[in-house]
Write a protein that binds this ligand. Structure first.
Ligand SMILES: [Fe+2]
Ligand SMILES: [Fe+2]
Ligand SMILES: [Fe+2]
Length: 427
């Protein structure tokens, strides 16, 4: 597995649809904005590279809104703290090279045009593309599900016109008016998979990635997953490092070890689909809430499933709550039918969960953790060989887990501070 050709749009659609599973109101929001921003950019004189970056920016523009509450607020209005998610989203993605430009675009995607004053902010040039995303975003939040989309066009246009030159760049508003006479634009926007409606070689969607690129992207995803809840803000970082080390000890090849690392970063992907109230509930969960949590591995599996190249990684990630005796969930896979990678992940997940500190309790020390793990081997939940390797190398593995979680905690702190550091944008 030296290089894999992978569709970056499919991966981004996977994480954005995870975020949108929280509410029907969010359905396809990222894809709709990507589609409309792209169509608008066709009407404005921009280079080919810009088309691609605008499209990518549309797909990730609200991913800095880590809580489902914040995401829903953004759909309904532009709240006072509207720029927090834009700055944070930009911070999350700027280090990942293929999305570096898109990160620069989303940074200012709620900045008002303000008679042209919005072309610069705090000494920084604001890309025109940011204003394109802004308009596309606001148009898409005006859609109502109880009326035919074509019937809604006059109302949408009048709302936007009222804000031309104040909130929105007038040239982009003009481009929207030109586009708006074409029914297919609106029908594409409200179709099941809006971005698939664009077939344009200029935005070739296949990205030839080294495995290290996928590691980098999975790390960004792990932050989005973990930062959803302060209780588990560093969890995937610990699981990933532990799973990678266990894979080395089991004798996996270097590439397979990197695949374990990726699977570790993604194993709780489905948690993005769970509402904040449940993830952050301080008291005991009731049966319904607990069942909602249990669905997270199912979502991880279904979200990654369309990406053929990640098939093995998906199984290793999504089976982490399966047990050898078949009483795990959600597939009830039994014994040897659980791939070795998934059995490693299960051990890494339990080990990390019991040894990591949480805001409400300290992690277990060696003896207690060892007992818990051995009991799970005795009850035929976890693989005894892998648990033995872990116990034999406990201090080294525990140290690595801690180091990677300390780094993740630092990132979490920076992530929370980023909006404050950059000042509050006025809207
Ligand atoms: Fe936004
Ligand atoms: Fe948005
Ligand atoms: Fe899990």
């Amino acid at each position: 597995m030296d290089k894999i050709r992978i569709n970056l749009y499919d991966i981004l659609a996977c994480i954005s649809s995870a975020q949108e599973l929280v509410s029907l109101k969010l359905s396809n929001h990222h894809q709709q904005v990507a589609y409309l921003a792209y169509r608008l950019s066709e009407h404005i004189n921009l280079t080919t590279d810009h088309h691609k970056d605008i499209f990518l920016a549309g797909l990730i523009h609200d991913m800095g809104a880590i809580s489902s509450k914040e995401m829903l607020e953004l759909i309904e209005t532009e709240p006072v703290t509207v720029n927090h998610h834009a700055l944070r989203g930009s911070k999350l993605f700027e280090g990942f090279k293929p999305l570096h430009n898109a990160a620069g675009i989303i940074k200012f995607h709620h900045l008002p045009w303000d008679n042209g004053k919005g072309s610069k902010y705090m000494g920084e040039e604001v890309p025109l593309a940011s204003h394109i995303i802004h308009l596309a975003d606001r148009v898409c939040t005006l859609f109502r599900s109880d009326r035919n989309i074509l019937t809604q066009i006059p109302d949408i246009l009048s709302t936007i016109r009222e804000q031309s030159n104040t909130v929105f760049n007038p040239d982009i508003v003009e481009a929207l008016f030109k586009l708006s006479t074409k029914e297919y634009i609106w029908l594409d926007l409200t179709s099941q998979f809006p971005t698939k409606m664009i077939s344009d070689a200029r935005i070739s969607n296949v990205f030839t990635a080294e495995i290290d690129d996928i590691v980098d992207l999975a790390l960004v995803f792990s932050r989005i997953i973990d930062f959803r809840s302060r209780f588990t803000a560093c969890h995937s970082a610990g699981v990933a490092k532990t799973a990678e080390r266990l894979a080395q000890l089991v004798g996996f090849s270097p590439d397979e070890c990197k695949m374990m690392l990726i699977a570790g970063y993604l194993h709780d992907l489905g948690k993005i689909a769970i509402s904040d109230d449940i993830l952050e509930k301080p008291s005991k969960l009731n049966e319904d809430e607990f069942n909602e949590i249990r669905a997270h591995t199912y979502y991880t599996y279904r979200l990654l499933e369309p990406i053929e190249q990640l098939k093995t990684i998906n199984t290793w990630a999504s089976y982490h709550h399966e047990k050898l005796d078949g009483t795990g969930y959600p597939f009830h896979v039994v014994g040897d039918s659980i791939p070795l990678g998934a059995r490693i992940m299960a051990v890494a997940d339990v080990f990390t969960a019991i040894t990591e500190n949480r805001p409400y309790r300290q992690g277990m020390k060696f003896d207690t953790a060892k007992n818990v793990l051995n009991n799970m081997v005795a009850s035929n939940a976890l693989d005894g060989n892998i648990v033995k390797l872990l116990i034999d190398n406990f201090h080294e593995i525990n140290n690595n887990r801690e180091i990677s979680q300390i780094e993740a905690a630092k990132q979490y702190k920076n992530f929370l501070l980023v909006a404050e550091d950059n000042g509050e944008l006025e809207i």
